[in-house]
Design a binder for this molecule. Structure first.
Ligand code: GDP
Ligand code: ZN
Length: 345
């Protein structure tokens, strides 16, 4: 298999790339062009994994034709510019993105990774199931446009029975143990060759162990990038995109650990579909399900069909998104064009 195929290149992307390279746009400026996938971004430079090489290139989006700053997972064109050397010349359309609220600049969004096919939300069963945290990660996963998966790891440490049945209505659930091998075959079957997966979850739940198990060898947490051999950029660096045997790809970015939601209203209503569906019957379209008359959601809570604590968790996340929207409005922020995120299947 070619390396680009192993990096997740499919037919549609191939056509898109060929089209671009053949276009006048590509003939615009001089310099040899190489296509690859971003394995890491590091202070204005990117490591691009190409067919024959790992290249270190400038990510300077001002100088290049593309206004988009590349992120890990992007498909890009690297051009060998006479003056500046290797530079990212073009970022291809992103099929999916994990987008968070910028932790410093609370009121802008920040794309963390692009072109992921599956987001696996991992929980360690040595701890009680943290509903709020799993729901938050699931909102993020679904908002990315990728397919969500829930991994309940460390089944070997479960001492009492746990209620995880409700999770299956949101996403497929796999129970695993990297200690006993329990469920690993099922996990492998759920993550298809050619797919790019991100594992989300707090430290210690077993994300690295799961990646190593998928690889049948030690690859996580990080893989060394070969030294570059062009234009004197010989820095060795740690890569975030991990190529597993069999054409599976995992992206592990430190930034992905602590995440604020960004404009994820639709995904929120998918994770809380039971509540969102009832809410369509509320008398007021903007009902907050607290004290309004004719609130169908509160009726459901009274009747016991919606769990009160789950409603509270929904309201908390909803509040977070609503406050952002109000703040955005206040600052007269010009939103970016609609992202292209779409569920693929
Ligand atoms: P990460 O921080 O999410 O990447 O978690 P790690 O993969 O580093 O795992 C954290 C700890 O949990 C390590 O000591 C692992 O050996 C242990 N661990 C991971 N998966 C399992 C499991 O299925 N069962 C048990 N008993 N321990 C596990
Ligand atoms: Zn209501």
């Amino acid at each position: 298999m070619s390396r680009l195929r192993a990096l997740g290149l499919d037919e549609a992307r191939r056509d898109e790339i060929d089209g671009f390279l053949a276009s006048e746009q590509a003939e615009g400026e001089g310099g040899e062009r190489t296509v690859g996938r971003v394995g890491r971004v590091d202070r204005g430079e990117v490591v691009v994994l190409c067919e024959h090489d790992d290249l270190r290139a400038l990510s300077d989006s001002q100088r290049a034709q593309s206004a988009v700053a590349p992120v890990t997972g992007d498909w890009v064109v690297v051009r060998d510019d006479e003056e500046v050397g290797l530079i990212v010349d073009h970022v291809f359309d992103r099929r999916t993105t994990i987008t968070r609220r910028d932790p410093a600049e609370q009121i802008t969004d920040q794309v963390l990774v692009a072109n992921i096919d599956r987001v696996a939300v991992v929980h360690g069963l040595d701890q009680p199931v943290n509903d709020a945290r799993i729901e938050r990660f699931l909102v993020l996963a679904i908002d990315s446009g990728a397919d969500p998966l829930i991994v309940l790891n460390k089944t070997d440490l479960v001492t009492r029975s746990i209620d995880d049945q409700w999770l299956t209505s949101i996403a497929p659930v796999v129970h695993t143990s990297t200690a006993t091998g329990d469920g690993l075959a099922e996990l492998k079957a759920r993550i298809l060759p050619g797919e790019t997966t991100v594992f989300l979850g707090p430290s210690g739940v077993g994300k690295s162990s799961l990646v190593n198990a998928l690889a049948d060898t030690e690859v996580a947490p990080t893989t060394e990038v070969r030294e570059g051999d062009r234009r004197g950029r010989h820095t060795t660096t740690v890569r975030e995109l991990i190529e597993l045997p069999g054409g599976r790809i995992v992206i592990d970015t430190p930034g992905i650990r602590a995440i604020g939601l960004w404009a994820a209203d639709i995904a929120l209503d998918e994770v809380f579909a039971d509540i969102a569906e009832r809410a369509t019957n509320c008398r007021f379209r903007d009902c907050t399900h607290r004290t309004e008359p004719g609130c169908s959601v509160r009726d459901a809570v009274e009747q016991g069909t919606i769990d009160e604590t789950r409603l509270a968790r929904y309201q908390l996340l909803w509040q977070e998104l609503a406050e952002q929207a109000i703040e955005l409005e206040r600052r007269k922020y010009q939103p970016r064009p609609q992202r292209r995120n779409r569920r693929r299947r």
